[in-house]
Design a protein around this ligand. Structure first.
Ligand code: OAD
Length: 235
């Protein structure tokens, strides 16, 4: 089952990778959809939109603070590490929808954080951004030196992807020789359009997921846990 996808990746001189919440699930970070998913327990509109932040920044921050607490306890798993290892052998463009920073902690040298990073705070007025890994933060909502609220530097629903991240990710999807999709339901756009951008060029797309997605009838689909399959696939 792994022979063909392994050969494709082995022979590729540039592999683009898109990861989603599934790769961090085995590090103990809940996914968004499916049983136990965060969007089963919370309403997106109350927590993850710019309107929600304007309405009640403290409520939004309390939710992200609890996510910061659980992410701070998490460790990268064998799936994250296998991708970091692949980048030592070949050119890899790693695009993640995850905001947890676990790819960088596993040693991946460059990560396109398509939806931002929960450890970075950005001013709602002067747009100054800084890393702040304190858990808990001393005050909620945190304030910038200019006096305005700081927000998590992540892409909320209805916001656009930072242009640099979008340009680099779509450029990689169109120029790689193999595209690997890991642990994403592939329903949130524009990230979900990246595998299609590779397919349009005839580039093989390999998918690792616990269950098939809307992409799977056009991918080399590998069913199983990312932490088990990636070390075997990328060895
Ligand atoms: P989802 O929760 O939508 O999907 C997670 C996917 O991972 C599902 O297809 C699962 O089957 C799969 N999965 C779960 N555990 C796995 C494992 N151990 N190994 C392999 N696959 C596994 O998460 P995303 O697709 O990442 O947006 O969600 C996309 C975006 O929606 C997120 O970035 C977030 C969310 O709202 C923002 O925060 C902007």
């Amino acid at each position: 089952m792994l022979e063909l996808p392994r050969k494709i990746i082995c022979e590729a001189s540039h592999v683009a990778v898109l990861t989603g919440a599934g790769i961090s699930a085995e590090s103990g970070i809940p996914t968004f959809r499916g049983g136990g998913g965060l969007w089963r327990q919370y309403r997106v509109e109350e927590i993850a939109t710019p309107e929600a932040f304007r309405r009640d920044p403290r409520l939004v921050w309390e939710w992200y603070e609890s996510r910061r607490e659980s992410i701070a306890r998490a460790q990268p798993n064998a799936g994250h590490r296998a991708l970091a290892e692949l980048a030592r052998r070949t050119k890899v463009t790693l695009i993640t929808q995850n905001i947890d920073g676990l790819h960088a902690r596993a040693g991946s040298p460059e990560v396109i954080e398509f939806h931002g990073n929960i450890w970075r705070l950005r001013c709602t007025q002067c747009c100054d951004a800084r890393l702040d890994e304190r858990v808990p933060l001393p005050e909620l909502p945190p304030a910038c030196s200019c006096g305005a609220w700081l927000r998590p530097d992540i892409v909320l629903f209805g916001e656009t992807i930072p242009p640099d991240a979008s340009y680099a990710a779509f450029g990689a999807a169109r120029s790689c020789d193999a595209f690997l999709v890991v642990g994403t339901s592939a329903v949130v756009y524009p990230a979900a359009a990246l595998p299609g951008a590779a397919m349009e060029r005839g580039t093989p797309v390999i998918e690792v997921n616990l269950e098939p997605t809307d992409l799977s009838d056009r991918t080399l689909f590998l069913q199983g846990q990312a932490s088990k399959l990636l070390p075997e696939l990328l060895c």
